[in-house]
Design a protein around this ligand. Structure first.
Ligand SMILES: *[C@@H]1O[C@H](CO)[C@@H](O)[C@H](O)[C@H]1NC(C)=O
Ligand SMILES: *[C@@H]1O[C@H](CO)[C@@H](O)[C@H](O)[C@H]1NC(C)=O
Ligand SMILES: *[C@@H]1O[C@H](CO)[C@@H](O)[C@H](O)[C@H]1NC(C)=O
Ligand SMILES: *[C@@H]1O[C@H](CO)[C@@H](O)[C@H](O)[C@H]1NC(C)=O
Ligand SMILES: *[C@@H]1O[C@H](CO)[C@@H](O)[C@H](O)[C@H]1NC(C)=O
Ligand SMILES: *[C@@H]1O[C@H](CO)[C@@H](O)[C@H](O)[C@H]1NC(C)=O
Ligand SMILES: *[C@@H]1O[C@H](CO)[C@@H](O)[C@H](O)[C@H]1NC(C)=O
Ligand SMILES: *[C@@H]1O[C@H](CO)[C@@H](O)[C@H](O)[C@H]1NC(C)=O
Ligand SMILES: *[C@@H]1O[C@H](CO)[C@@H](O)[C@H](O)[C@H]1NC(C)=O
Ligand SMILES: *[C@@H]1O[C@H](CO)[C@@H](O)[C@H](O)[C@H]1NC(C)=O
Length: 747
């Protein structure tokens, strides 16, 4: 059966429609801020991820990073004063696209989401507009942003688009004819009358098109006179009066003022080219360096980025003209970058064998043989795992930390045997008794997920919080704890010890040590002298200074978000906290917020213990009412987005100063802060719900606070998939805090 599936996949792979022209999505874009060029590109980082960075070349090269959040971008486009990025990565093969927009002229550089809908497969930008094509041959598949004046008949069926300064052109699928719309009299109405074009591109005031046979033709104001030169072209890049083409042999030829390639790169081979205004850039085939020319500012150093992602990452089956060698190591999720079609470069390599029918049979046979071998290996591996009592690969992934008591003990011994963590000490119960007066009530400061918490000063002077589980022996004098409760306690203990001993972050509470003498289960943490966020927010009058201004409240939220982001995105394997709430956010003596209480946390592990149905119930009830993700509650499906929901509730708590569940006004029934606040936030009536204990936000703070309100509303969105990732939350809060700080310092 699986073999059959593999064969089916193989057939699908081989029968993909031909990719006829170079990719309509770009990973390099050129923006302008008045007359300064800003070159933007995806830069590979070490772990098959990439950054979206832009560098301005004047006055000095300064780089700015645009975080993508959890899901990678697939392409970017830019123009005069803006940058927009399309996501998620095509390798995820998701059924929707999202577009983010950055406006450079506005003072608060904030991200706007301008689109979420059916996948966009082609993105083109002119000097001030962006248009995209939706996937699928539906009529009216064109989408343009910030261009209400443009009118294009609804029944157009485009296969490619190009956007100029005041016009756009589309290539009609089927006939291959070009139709243009907009204000440029030298372009609109002057389209070539014949059809059979395959790809088009627009400059500021001119157009070029490549015909099915690879022939280039151009028209409009600033179009080059090509005469009867006979070059066959792979791709084009058009700017203001400038036209560059990528020839089938990989070299670039340009026409127009100051557009000649620097001497050094005249024979160099390129993979792709871009142009906007007077700036021209290309990605070198040799080392994926991005080189730019055409303006004075590039003369001193043409190499703008040492290494860029040379094209969008796609699933391997998309590449009908072969895969760019080495690109597999650049892309996440097993994706790759396609080799542009019609390149004559790699004629000797195996890639072109694909085009020769007689080799195809060999290839298919080879692939089938490969899959059979793969299958046999997989079966053997599964058998081997079963013999060793491990779960098969299908069951790896998120596995809860709940285990039977035997497994708990084994895990504990394992942990202690390994020396736990580099910085975690083992204490004896005697040491702890002496520093807490025998766990006296006078040292007790509260209770955590599995016991009482005491404050103490260790002999070396460190102030610590000591969390001691209600021990089986001690409690037996009152009521004997049910075996299930002992197990819960043990599980919480092991899970917290295991997690905290291997992670270390400024915004996660720090574990100093532990004690497992006899049946004692004690954890020793750094002491957080300012208590919980919950107590500070709801119990202290007057409010302590860090909670008394909007700027510092947002700062606290940012700290906490960074802690959660670390667990989700950087801990290996990732951790889901499951009990994010203001009472689990602690504040140290400098008012830095740290996430605490990992007793309910789950890790992604490959060694999950046996799972019994009985435990599942406990899993379901984990969490705190009011903070619990309704989707998790309903569908019993736990993802990192459940923590995002809980964090959204904390954000609402910080904004409104309300308890998570309380009565509002005269109405008798208590309401959740989500039900109370979100309707006002989405109706743009933020002031109605802001904490009255704080002064009204200043004008810039108003923007930042409103932005955080929307962010919180996004976080508590019903559908987990639609919530932002913690990385997106962090970058949103960073911008909001930065906006407040700017404001404060400029006053
Ligand atoms: C940009 O414009 C300013 C003022 O208009 C001028 O001083 C500067 O030299 C220009 N820079 C470039 C790169 O043309
Ligand atoms: C640009 O760099 C030079 C030297 O590298 C420095 O002297 C100058 O102050 C810098 N200019 C700006 C605006 O940062
Ligand atoms: C992108 O820019 C940020 C901020 O300037 C920088 O820290 C980061 O290293 C850059 N990424 C790459 C891959 O160079
Ligand atoms: C994408 O697919 C999911 C289910 O697989 C569906 O709920 C959602 O509506 C789809 N989105 C779009 C934009 O089609
Ligand atoms: C940005 O701030 C400057 C002064 O700080 C102001 O003159 C300008 O109008 C502001 N621009 C926008 C778009 O708000
Ligand atoms: C659009 O073009 C495609 C490909 O030529 C065709 O299959 C489809 O039916 C067309 N759709 C409309 C609405 O014309
Ligand atoms: C065409 O020009 C007019 C007048 O300058 C302008 O109002 C209109 O928005 C432009 N149309 C497009 C599609 O840009
Ligand atoms: C252009 O190239 C084609 C084949 O590559 C050739 O048949 C044709 O004669 C050439 N035309 C000119 C004007 O050189
Ligand atoms: C590549 O092709 C162009 C046009 O077809 C030609 O002018 C150029 O000499 C060729 N370059 C090399 C290195 O073959
Ligand atoms: C890539 O190759 C070009 C051409 O040889 C060279 O100028 C450039 O410095 C190289 N880039 C890096 C990062 O070495």
């Amino acid at each position: 059966m699986p073999l059959f599936l593999y064969l089916l996949l193989l057939l699908l792979f081989l029968s993909r429609p031909h990719q006829t022209h170079s990719s309509p999505l770009s990973t390099v874009a050129i923006a302008h801020i008045s007359n300064i060029s800003l070159i933007c590109a995806f830069l590979p980082t070490s772990n098959q991820q990439f950054d979206l960075n832009c560098t301005s070349t004047l006055p000095n090269r300064t780089t700015h990073n645009y975080p993508s959040g959890h899901s990678s971008f697939s392409a970017i486009a830019a123009g005069d004063g803006f940058l927009c990025a399309l996501g998620p990565s095509l390798t995820l093969q998701s059924n929707y696209s999202t577009m983010l927009w950055w406006e450079f002229y506005s003072n608060v550089s904030e991200t706007k989401r301008v689109y979420q809908g059916p996948p966009i497969v082609d993105l083109s930008s002119g000097d001030s507009h962006v248009c995209g094509l939706q996937a699928g041959h539906v009529s009216n598949n064109l989408n343009c942003w910030r261009w209400p004046q443009l009118s294009v008949p609804k029944n157009m069926n485009f296969s490619d688009i190009a956007v100029g300064r005041h016009f756009m052109c589309g290539l009609l699928s089927g006939s291959g004819r070009i139709r243009c719309f907009g204000n440029e009299s030298s372009v609109v109405g002057k389209e070539p009358s014949d059809g059979n074009y395959e790809s088009i591109n627009a400059g500021s005031r001119h157009m070029c098109a490549i015909s099915v046979s690879g022939k280039l033709s151009c028209w409009g104001n600033g179009a080059p006179s090509l005469g009867n030169s006979n070059i066959s072209v792979v791709a084009m890049a058009l700017g203001a009066k400038r036209t560059c083409v990528l020839c089938t042999n990989g070299t670039v030829t340009c026409w127009g003022p100051q557009s000649t390639l620097p001497k050094h790169f005249r024979t160099a081979k390129f993979l792709s080219i871009q142009a906007q205004g007077d700036a021209l850039c290309g990605v070198l085939m040799l080392n994926f360096s991005l080189v730019c020319w055409g303006k004075k500012e590039f003369v001193s150093n043409h190499v703008v980025f040492d290494r860029v992602l040379p094209g969008p990452c796609v699933p391997i089956s998309y590449c009908t003209c072969g895969v760019l060698p080495g690109s597999g190591s650049l892309c996440p999720n097993g994706g790759c970058i396609c080799q542009p079609c019609r390149f004559e470069l790699l004629s000797s390599s195996w890639i072109t064998l694909l085009h020769r029918k007689k080799y195809l049979a060999f290839l298919i046979i080879g692939a089938i043989a490969f899959f059979i071998i793969f299958l046999v290996c997989q079966i053997l591996f599964t058998k081997w795992c079963q013999n060793r009592g491990l779960s098969g690969p299908a069951e790896t992934g998120l596995i809860r930390a709940y285990m039977d008591s035997h497994a708990i003990e084994q895990r504990l011994n394992e942990l202690i045997g390994k020396g736990v963590g580099y910085s975690v000490e083992q204490f004896s119960i005697g040491d702890l008794q002496s520093v807490t007066d025998g766990f006296s009530a006078s040292c007790r400061i509260g209770s955590g997920s599995f016991g009482s918490v005491y404050r103490a000063t260790l002999e070396d002077g460190r102030e610590v919080a000591i969390k001691r589980a209600e021990s089986g022996n001690a409690a037996s004098t009152s009521a004997a704890p049910a075996p299930a409760r002992v197990r819960d306690r043990e599980t919480a203990f092991v899970s917290e010890l295991a997690l905290l001993s291997r992670i270390n972050h400024r915004n996660l509470v720090c574990l100093f040590g532990f004690c497992t003498d006899d049946s004692e289960r004690v954890l020793i943490y750094e002491y957080m002298s300012n208590g919980t966020l919950y107590d500070n927010l709801h119990k202290r009058q007057p409010l302590p200074p860090p909670l008394a201004t909007w700027q510092s409240r947002l700062k606290l939220a940012l700290d906490a978000a960074r802690g959660i982001e670390y667990m989700h995105a950087f801990a290996v394997p990732p951790i889901i906290h499951r009990d994010i709430k203001s009472a689990n956010i602690l504040l140290d003596k400098n008012w830095v917020a740290k996430i605490a209480d990992f007793g309910l946390s789950l890790v992604s592990t490959e060694e999950g213990g046996d799972e019994e149905d009985g435990d599942y119930e406990q899993l379901l009830t984990a969490g705190t009412v009011g903070y619990m993700d309704p989707e998790y509650y309903r569908l019993q499906r736990l993802t990192a987005k459940s923590d995002v929901y809980s964090f959204g509730v904390v954000l609402l708590e910080l904004l409104t100063g309300c308890r998570v569940i309380q009565r509002y006004g005269e109405s008798g029934t208590p309401k959740n802060v989500v039900e109370f606040a979100v309707p006002y936030i989405v109706a743009d009536d933020m002031n109605h719900v802001l904490d009255p204990k704080l002064p009204r936000p200043t004008p810039t703070e108003t923007d930042a606070v409103a932005y955080v309100g929307y962010l919180a509303a996004d976080c508590v969105c019903e559908i987990g998939q639609d919530r932002p990732s913690m990385t997106e939350v962090v970058s949103g809060l960073e911008r909001a805090v930065a906006a407040c700080v700017q404001n404060a310092s400029s006053e």
